[in-house]
Design a protein around this ligand. Structure first.
Ligand SMILES: Cc1cc2nc3c(=O)[nH]c(=O)nc-3n(C[C@H](O)[C@H](O)[C@H](O)COP(=O)(O)OP(=O)(O)OC[C@H]3O[C@@H](n4cnc5c(N)ncnc54)[C@H](O)[C@@H]3O)c2cc1C
Ligand code: SF4
Ligand code: SF4
Length: 581
């Protein structure tokens, strides 16, 4: 029978017999989408290469255990860094160009605080013939090196001269910035996760000789910079002249100190700020005298600002030249006026005396805090250069099995830089002990281009020597900000000034649960998929699948026509179209 179709009046829908999936429309396209996880600028600039978008993503989901585990892959000190790191990450946060930076360090602190009592799933690699490494010094550099070396499967012995671990974090930074209870928790967790053999009260060079370290397969030196530098002026040995580091050490040891009503602090670094603020808490009025200007002060900016807010006075362009004792038991400090001219060998403006310009100030005491040197007396001369321990870019000293990091080498003196050097040296030691070269590996595990290395990246290619390519950094113009809304940054609440000055209680009070969640959700997640589902919803072919729980993502390439909608609607520059060859 002949069938006649009349097409004139009806809408005709083509029906395929069998599944439309049989038609592989994917073959029609010229490009395919690829998920390319990138490096965020905040992450690049963090010396420890903290996986910031990842931990903020987990925190935004309320998955704090996963958040802290992500951090601990790269940095064993979130509780410390979340409190006292100078947070360069926030200055480079892409969100600054939209409204205000994400509160990264406050989030790091929050994530540590809410998980500090939880059991974590971090396990050291196991080695059949585990080699033995000595680490000297338990500041942030030494503890980080020990932690990462243990995670790499080595047996680590940590020698610390003092009776407790922590270095400057324990004996320098005051309680009101970094409570000892927090530091103890952080160190306890590091020791629990990584089972390090700790020898406190063992000063290398005294209780054990440097030569005895030879029995180890490799050595990491991180003795810090604890040598007091003198002012080199008349009167500096008077009883009323104190050393900044000693004052902080005594306060941190629980000693009750009385300093007198009017105190002058000499210096512009972290020690100067910490003693000045501590002296305020002990009831003194404090003036900091610094030989350059405020913008050259090496102390962390937050600390200078907090010192000012608390009532520390500053006098700039003054250099002490003589201290004398007065009959009324006060001291008189004679200052030379200075001015800035030219640059010194570190490219800092040079302070030079203004001829004949002097002034005096009377006070009840003076605290000198003009910097610290490295005690090299116990270290072989061949390892030293320019009053520091000599290392190359792989943290190797002139002796191939001795490595060094932290304040004792030529690098910025900050906690996160010390942590980063401990991690890099741990990788370097592993490469040395497994007979591989740094030049081959370091470029493959870098986080952006500013020197940070990723331990996670290193471990992923460690056994098969197959590292994935380092990822590029996402810039602000590469983001699709149409999908974001403006919002205010949350800063931590602080103790009010009068309350703060009554005791050494912690000044910054952290974020509340709601503030933390909102802060985490403000992150653009630059270069990291955070399962916003934009690509899924906008894909006209319905070929994208996402699983936020297991953090997986798939594209059915047999049916993706390569239209590029997903790449255009991805707010965080994660989906890129790649041409088919
Ligand atoms: C008062 C003060 C405040 C600071 N505040 C901040 C801050 O807020 N933020 C920031 O980022 N940075 C800050 N810094 C800088 C930061 O603390 C240092 O850069 C960092 O601690 C260096 O770490 P490290 O491991 O190299 O040395 P350290 O922390 O100095 O630790 C070295 C350790 O080695 C031990 N040791 C030394 N010699 C031997 C030996 N022969 N045998 C065995 N053990 C030995 C010491 O006892 C010590 O415990 C501050 C520094 C000071 C002094
Ligand atoms: S360690 Fe410092 S720089 Fe790195 S993420 Fe934390 S606050 Fe930022
Ligand atoms: S928005 Fe988030 S991922 Fe992007 S730079 Fe800022 S903190 Fe980092």
């Amino acid at each position: 029978m002949d069938i006649k179709y009349d097409f004139s009046s009806e809408l005709v829908i083509p029906i395929s017999y069998g599944s439309s999936e049989a038609i592989e429309t994917g073959k029609w396209g010229f490009e395919k989408p690829e998920t390319a996880f990138m490096t965020a600028p905040c992450q690049e600039v963090c010396p420890a290469g903290n996986p910031i978008p990842q931990f903020l993503y987990f925190a935004g989901e309320g998955r704090y255990k996963e958040a802290v585990e992500a951090i601990l892959k790269e940095n064993p000190f979130p509780g410390v860094c979340g409190r006292v790191c100078f947070h360069p990450c926030e200055k480079d946060c892409n969100r600054i160009q939209y409204d205000e930076a994400v509160s990264i360090s406050a989030m790091e602190r929050y994530i540590f605080d809410v998980t500090s009592n939880q059991h974590l799933d971090i396990h050291p690699l196991s080695h059949a013939d585990s080699k033995r490494i000595a680490v000297v010094g338990s500041g942030p550099a030494g503890l980080s090196a020990a932690y990462f070396l243990r995670l790499l499967g080595y047996q680590v012995t940590l020698f610390e001269a003092r009776k407790e671990l922590g270095g400057v974090m324990r004996w320098g930074i005051p309680e009101y910035r970094l409570p000892k209870a927090i530091l103890r928790k952080e160190i306890k967790r590091i020791l629990q996760l990584s089972a390090i053999d700790v020898k406190t009260g063992m000063r290398v060079g005294e209780e054990i000789s440097f030569e005895e370290l030879n029995r180890f397969d490799a050595v990491f030196l991180s003795p810090g910079a604890g040598l007091i530098l003198s002012l080199g002026i008349e009167g500096e040995d008077l009883k009323k002249v104190w050393i900044g580091g000693d004052v902080l050490d005594r306060i941190n040891s629980g000693d009750k100190i009385r300093m007198g009503k009017e105190i002058i602090v000499i210096g512009g670094g972290n020690t100067a700020m910490d003693v000045a603020r501590s002296a305020l808490r002990l009831g003194s009025r404090v003036t900091v005298a610094y030989r350059r200007t405020r913008s050259e002060m090496p102390a962390i900016q937050d600390e200078i600002q907090e010192a000012e807010e608390e009532g520390v006075r500053f006098e700039f362009l003054l250099q002490p030249v003589k201290i004398s004792l007065l009959k009324n038991k006060k001291i008189r400090v004679k200052f030379q006026r200075m001015r800035l001219r030219g640059r010194d060998h570190n490219n800092r403006p040079k302070a030079i005396p203004v001829q004949g310009a002097f002034l005096t100030r009377d006070a009840d005491g003076l605290i000198k805090a003009v910097g610290e040197g490295v005690d090299l007396s116990w270290i072989p001369e061949t390892l030293a250069r320019n009053s520091l321990i000599d290392v190359n870019t792989s943290f190797i000293t002139p002796h191939p099995k001795i490595f060094a990091g932290g304040d004792a080498i030529d690098q910025p003196r900050t906690i996160v830089t010390a942590i980063a050097s401990g991690k890099k040296a741990a990788i370097s030691i592993d490469l040395y002990l497994t007979g591989r070269t740094h030049d081959d590996v370091f470029p493959k595990i870098r986080v952006g281009n500013r020197g940070a290395l990723s331990m996670e990246a290193y471990l992923s290619g460690r056994d098969d020597r197959n590292w994935s390519e380092p990822k590029d950094v996402v810039s602000y113009p590469q983001l699709n900000t149409l999908y974001f809304e403006h919002s205010k940054r949350t800063n931590m609440c602080k103790l009010d000034r009068h309350q703060a000055l009554k005791s050494f209680s912690e000044v910054n009070l952290g974020l509340t649960t709601d503030e933390a969640r909102l802060s985490a959700l403000r992150c653009f997640s630059c270069g990291t998929c955070n399962y916003c589902f934009n690509c899924y919803f906008f894909c006209p072919e319905g070929v994208i699948s996402l699983d936020p729980l297991h953090r997986t993502k798939g594209v059915d390439l047999d049916h993706c026509k390569g239209c590029g909608t997903c790449a255009k609607v991805c707010p965080r520059f994660v989906v890129h179209m790649k041409g088919l060859s």
